[in-house]
Design a protein around this ligand. Structure first.
Ligand code: NAG
Ligand code: NAG
Ligand code: NAG
Ligand code: NAG
Ligand code: NAG
Length: 335
């Protein structure tokens, strides 16, 4: 008898020890298989990943290994049969194409599904045609998808109540609540539903304002929701504030209108004053006064038309208008 050839990496020492132990046990009859155990690696498998049902202490006189799906070794539940001598693997009705049996008895599941979870039975037949059945358990968990956190109202008034709901498309999840990044402390005002999926805050206090998140998890993964920000308005002043702000806006509009009206009046007033100033341009009066005889009426008007803008400018810069008018008058006389 020799150890399974398909486990070249297995050390020789342990095998010899195991063979000795197995032969001793075999000598003492059925307990041969008592030491054989099956463990799942990893203990909690994530859907879509690989998992191994690992057989420990496989007896050295094993002749064939058969894995069954479920609790019983029914032919219809057969996944794979492996015969040690011939090294031939034969699939059964329950074979999905994702399982692999190794000469050491271990069964590998690739791309594991939730359907793979549960019991699996390994049937060991030794060279004396003695049969042993060993059960292995697979635990498979979904990868979490992101939960959705919603609030009955994100802006609440102090003393009102608010309900936050954490919805997950996954089943069998544990829900954890976070407030401002810390694990939420439950108080008599903050209560969770039976399954932890809803958080009720009643009554709401100012200090409850902040960032809420929920986190769903199972043994293989966890996901956090997007945060929801809760604003809490001061109750005593909320109506006053609302009324106040309306009055404030109204006052603001009125004040704005008044300011605009005032500005308009000011502009109009300034303009009309400069118009008046133009009309009562003293130069014309001066000229008319100095030469009242020469071309009365029409003549005075035509003479005044041209120098008027220049005259205004000069008047603004040099209030001593008389000096200019005198010069102008001389020029006119010279021409
Ligand atoms: C059996 O063989 C598989 C594949 O080589 C290996 O992953 C597993 O650890 C082995 N089991 C034991 C108990 O050595
Ligand atoms: C894994 O299985 C799922 C269906 O169960 C399939 O959609 C997916 O393509 C498989 N992935 C691989 C890598 O085989
Ligand atoms: C949210 O609460 C505020 C303050 O209590 C209230 O004014 C508002 O109508 C509420 N909104 C909804 C959608 O219930
Ligand atoms: C709900 O959450 C609390 C901690 O906040 C936890 O102790 C409890 O086990 C959870 N219950 C469920 C059903 O997830
Ligand atoms: C409301 O707020 C104002 C300040 O904005 C404060 O003076 C007043 O006392 C508050 N009213 C009440 C009832 O607390």
């Amino acid at each position: 008898m020799e150890p399974p050839s398909a486990s070249p990496r297995a050390g020789r020492g342990p095998w010899q020890e195991l063979l000795l132990a197995v032969s001793l046990l075999a000598f003492w009859n059925p307990p041969t298989t008592a030491q054989v155990t099956v463990e799942s690696v990893p203990p909690n498998a994530a859907e879509g990943k690989d998992a191994l049902l690992r057989v420990l202490n496989l007896p050295g006189d094993t002749a064939s290994l058969t894995w069954f799906r479920g609790e019983t070794a029914l032919p219809t539940h057969k996944i794979l049969l492996y015969v040690i001598d011939t090294k031939v693997t034969t699939p059964g009705p329950a074979y999905s194409g994702r399982e692999t049996i190794y000469p050491n008895g271990s069964l590998l599941f690739q791309n594991i599904t939730l359907n793979d979870a549960g019991s699996h039975i390994l049937q060991i037949i030794n060279q004396k045609f003695e049969t042993a059945l060993i059960r292995g358990q697979l635990r498979v968990f979904q990868s979490m998808s992101q939960p959705l956190l919603t609030a009955s109202n994100t802006t609440v008034t102090e003393d009102d109540s608010v309900v936050l709901t954490c919805s997950s498309s996954n089943t069998g999840v544990a829900i954890q609540w976070l407030f401002n990044g810390q694990i939420l402390m439950l108080t008599d005002r903050k209560k969770l539903s039976q399954d932890n999926s809803t958080l009720t805050i009643d009554p709401v206090r100012k200090e409850d304002a902040g960032k809420y998140e929920c986190e769903v998890s199972n043994p293989v993964s966890f996901r956090k929701s997007d945060p929801v920000r809760l604003d809490v308005e001061d109750k005593r002043n909320s109506t006053g504030l609302r009324l106040g702000s309306i009055i404030g806006i109204a006052l603001g509009v009125l004040l704005g209108l008044a300011l605009m009206a005032a500005l308009g009046c000011l502009l109009l007033h300034t303009r009309s004053r400069s118009l008046i100033f133009l009309r009562v341009s003293p130069c014309c009066d001066l000229k008319e006064l100095r030469s009242p005889a020469s071309t009365p009426g029409h003549g005075a008007a035509s003479r005044c038309t041209y120098p008027r803008p220049l005259l205004v400018l000069q008047e603004l810069q040099h209030p001593e208008k008389n000096i200019y008018c005198q010069i102008n008058h001389k020029a006119e006389v010279a021409s």
